[in-house]
Ligand binder design. Sequence first.
Ligand SMILES: [Zn+2]
Length: 148
Amino acid sequence: MATLDEIGEQDDWMCWLCDKPVDPDASVNDGRGPSVDSRITKKKAKKKVREMPERLAHRDCNTGKGNSEAVVAWADHLFVVDPAVILTTVDRLAKKNGREAVGRCPTRDDAEEAGAWLLDRLQRLEPTVTFETAIEPGGGQFLLLLKT
Ligand SMILES: [Zn+2]
């Protein structure tokens, strides 16, 4: 098992769930302090989908400390209709390459902004997988696709 410091270095002292910095010097008993999250949600614990690496999380964000399900939120400023559940989509694509729609946007600019945000977010969420986005117009909207 890796130490807290090693996992902190690996994740650049950013919380894998809320994507905000974790203070390495904060007390591990502090809610905003560092903790190691085994990255296993209830569903995955039952199914044992794939080996989940340990990740750095704030103590309050850690899924092993009372929060039952890990949730990675879309940023508030994005305009995405029917946004996909990020973790579920990413886990599926990481397991089996392919492409999936992750949301619909009213304009191409919205889709490009959401796609750029998502790729940046995924660099930290799933650093071992290379993702790409694509935008497909249709029905007066723009479909945002995530590909591996
Ligand atoms: Zn956090």
